[in-house]
Design a protein around this ligand. Structure first.
Ligand SMILES: NC(=O)c1ccc[n+]([C@@H]2O[C@H](COP(=O)([O-])OP(=O)(O)OC[C@H]3O[C@@H](n4cnc5c(N)ncnc54)[C@H](O)[C@@H]3O)[C@@H](O)[C@H]2O)c1
Length: 500
């Protein structure tokens, strides 16, 4: 048995589950969270209540968290209850997340049962769920009391799932440990057939590398970014294919290694060794997903900060560096927010600062019709107005030349508009109180308010219907209340170009 400490959490690497019980807290109620699939292979001791969740990435959602919460309440779990997650990365992520938020947090432990979860998903305290197709977008970093890795549990894994875990092991070896890389080269076949001593050495050493990095930088402000080696491509591949996380990481690792080699950084010999080693674990090293699709998905990567992305580049086996790269995709900036929130004023200033054209969906419509919005709106009615507004938005966003676009306040009501805005632009929400907006407006020029006897109340009602859409669409929100247009412009400029 080996033990490693990660941010105060004990990671135990053992051959069997035998010693698990000695790690459970005495005198606490223990509830097990697991999957049917796991129970089938590893019946749980009858003395602990068990909650079985439905596995699969599509179930790593808030819905499962809702169901778990109901079950925990039924079982009268309180803050003193200890949650024990037994399963692959999905069970580990979900257990960590529910334990972090249930009754403002209760303690938990993990028994990762896939190779990927033992060396990666279960280690380091990251947990969370997916939302709307965005992976792990909701979550927190919170360490378990312990992580118990029992190597013989891997024997029941389907072969492909077992092998997928080697991508994360090869990744950490490329990151920081040429000796582990050479050991893998030497013992790949024995590792594949799960020779216990060799597998234990590999798992222990892989965890040690991750532990050292997480111990330096738990919150991913610096060195922990290194662990994302290959992951920028991997996340895009996962989103556009049915490959597992591990398989996608394998391709991502090869793609970034190839890129580094083309840049004259990684030696060709090291690239070949990385590719060969991954192939020995039957892992894919290429994808036929079109590059444009991957680029578009990367543009929306949650790890993106403004127009920049941290890119981990291997320089040789065992050494990588973090590069901060500016995404060279044409980026429109769209401003959304309630009427009167300052989109036109701020947009004009921002476009000047960025040396880009400024567009305003309302002005384009007015130009097309030769009339003001006040006239167009009652003449054609709201549904037809929204159709034309949508066509304007589509046209403006289709341009390859980036521009700053002020959007009509109601543009976000349409789901496909929201999708398009997110896909094609950095969306900035100018947050302002509707009462303040009304004060700034010439109400007679606003068709939705002009007819109302209580424009302030009407504005509030309209705003309340829209606010969730503004929040959901924006990648950047600016609370404008006390700020001047110039200040708001500067703030947006800094956030999207924060290296300047
Ligand atoms: N939190 C993190 O730091 C982190 C890191 C990497 C990946 N992840 C997440 O981990 C997840 C992937 O984890 P995974 O690859 O372990 O997938 P998984 O949890 O879906 O497990 C894969 C399959 O193996 C089955 N299984 C698990 N253990 C078994 C066993 N011992 N015997 C037989 N069958 C078993 C499961 O039922 C499941 O069908 C993804 O959601 C990914 O986002 C999280």
């Amino acid at each position: 048995m080996n033990e490693i400490i990660v941010q105060g959490s004990r990671i135990i690497v053992d051959n069997t589950l035998q010693e698990l019980e000695s790690y459970l807290p005495e005198g606490k109620k223990v509830i097990i969270i697991t999957e049917e699939q796991i129970i089938r292979h590893y019946p749980t001791p009858g003395k602990y209540p068990v909650i079985s969740i439905t596995g699969g990435e599509e179930n790593k959602t808030l819905q499962t968290i809702h169901e778990l919460t109901s079950r925990l309440l039924e079982l009268e779990a309180d803050r003193d209850t200890f949650l024990l997650g037994i399963g692959g990365g999905i069970v580990c992520d979900i257990t960590g997340f529910i334990a972090s938020i249930y009754m403002r947090g209760c303690s938990f432990g993990l028994v990762p049962t896939t190779l990927l979860a033992q060396v990666d998903a279960g280690i380091g305290g990251k947990n969370g769920v997916n939302y709307n197709g965005y992976k792990n977008i909701l979550g927190v970093i919170r360490q378990p009391e312990f992580v118990f890795c029992a190597i013989n549990m891997l024997s029941t894994l389907p072969r492909q799932i077992f092998l997928a875990g080697f991508s994360e092991i090869v990744k950490v070896a490329v990151l920081a440990d040429p000796r582990l890389f050479a050991y893998l080269e030497l013992h790949a076949e024995m590792a594949r057939i799960q020779e216990p001593r060799i597998l234990e050495t590999i798992i222990y050493n892989a965890i040690k590398i991750k532990a050292a990095i997480v111990n330096q930088d738990e919150k991913e402000k610096g060195t922990r970014r290194l662990l994302n080696l290959g992951h920028t491509f991997a996340h895009a591949i996962e989103k556009n294919s049915h490959l597992s996380h591990g398989e996608a990481v394998s391709i991502g690792l090869c793609m970034i290694s190839r890129h580094s080699c083309q840049q004259g950084l990684l030696p060709q010999e090291d690239l070949s060794r990385i590719k060969r080693l991954l192939e020995r674990f039957a892992l894919p090293t290429r994808t036929d997903i079109p590059e444009a699709t991957l680029r578009e998905t990367i543009r929306k990567d949650k790890k993106r900060e403004g127009s920049f992305l941290y890119w981990i580049v291997p320089l040789r086996i065992g050494t990588c560096e973090i590069q901060k790269i500016k995404l060279d995709f044409p980026e429109h900036i769209t401003l959304i927010g309630f009427m009167g929130s300052g989109k036109t004023t701020v947009g004009t200033l921002l476009a000047t600062r960025l040396r880009q054209a400024f567009r305003d969906t309302d002005s384009v419509l007015e130009k097309q019709h030769g009339k003001s919005i006040r006239e167009i709106f009652p003449e054609i009615g709201e549904p037809a107005f929204r159709v034309r507004e949508k066509a304007v938005l589509e046209k403006l966003l289709a341009s390859d030349t980036p521009s700053v676009i002020a959007c009509g306040g109601g543009i976000i009501l349409d789901e496909s508009n929201r999708k398009l805005l997110k896909e094609k632009s950095i969306v900035v929400w100018l947050q302002a109180d509707p009462a303040d907006c009304v004060k700034r407006l010439d109400i007679s020029s606003r068709p939705l308010l002009a007819q109302s006897h209580h424009p302030g109340e009407t504005a509030k009602t309209i705003f309340e219907k829209r606010v969730k859409y503004y929040a959901e669409t924006a990648s950047l929100s600016i609370a404008c209340e006390t700020l001047s247009p110039t200040k708001i412009c500067n703030l947006i400029y800094e956030k999207i170009n924060h290296e300047l």
